[in-house]
Design a protein. Structure first.
Length: 187
């Protein structure tokens, strides 16, 4: 069970990221004049809440167990929705989407395992935050599909592949370090 504060400014900002995916998804899926640009604006608002929720959590001492769960979960839900939609529309390769979603699922379930075995919720790593930031930039440019940005998008694609692989390695190492530190054994 999650203890502590739930209805805080920082947690509501995190939850708003999930809610904002509804209109973003609508504008992304619906053909219309500047609809992709509107979807990007909504996604950028959602991304800005990611920075704000951490700021408010620290400023108003709103750091909570629920916040440690909802913040990365909101990121994963938002990225997941956009990635799936971009695969459906043929804007990004299927294998890349599978890699992104698999990485997120591995990190989520590894964190859940650690939580159930130790009671500790491990925070996001800096490498994970950097990887997701560049992934968001890549996804936004993929949504816009501006021909003039094609070389930048290609570079960002491969840069994201490298960052996502590196961050998964960092999370994997931390997982096994935590398992060893707490001497977790399967029973």
């Amino acid at each position: 069970m999650i203890q502590g504060k739930i209805w805080t400014i920082s947690n509501m900002l995190s939850m708003s990221r999930i809610v904002l995916m509804i209109p973003a998804g609508y504008f992304l899926a619906t053909p219309g004049y500047f609809y992709r640009e509107i979807a990007v604006l909504i996604i950028l608002v959602a991304v800005s809440t990611d920075a704000l929720d951490g700021y408010f959590a620290r400023k108003f001492n709103e750091i909570s167990e629920f916040g440690k769960i909802i913040d990365p979960l909101a990121d994963k839900i938002g990225v997941g929705i956009v990635v799936v939609m971009l695969v459906i529309f043929g804007d990004i390769p299927l294998w890349f989407a599978v890699a992104v979603l698999s990485r997120d699922l591995i990190i989520f379930f590894a964190g859940l395992y650690i939580k159930t075995k130790t009671g500790i919720i491990l925070p996001s790593t800096m490498s994970g935050k950097v990887a997701v930031s560049f992934l968001a930039l890549y996804l936004v440019l993929s949504i816009l599909k501006y021909e003039s940005m094609e070389h930048v998008v290609t570079f960002l694609f491969w840069f994201c592949v490298a960052l996502l692989a590196y961050s998964l390695a960092v999370y994997t190492k931390r997982f096994f370090d935590t398992v060893n530190e707490f001497n977790i054994k399967e029973t």
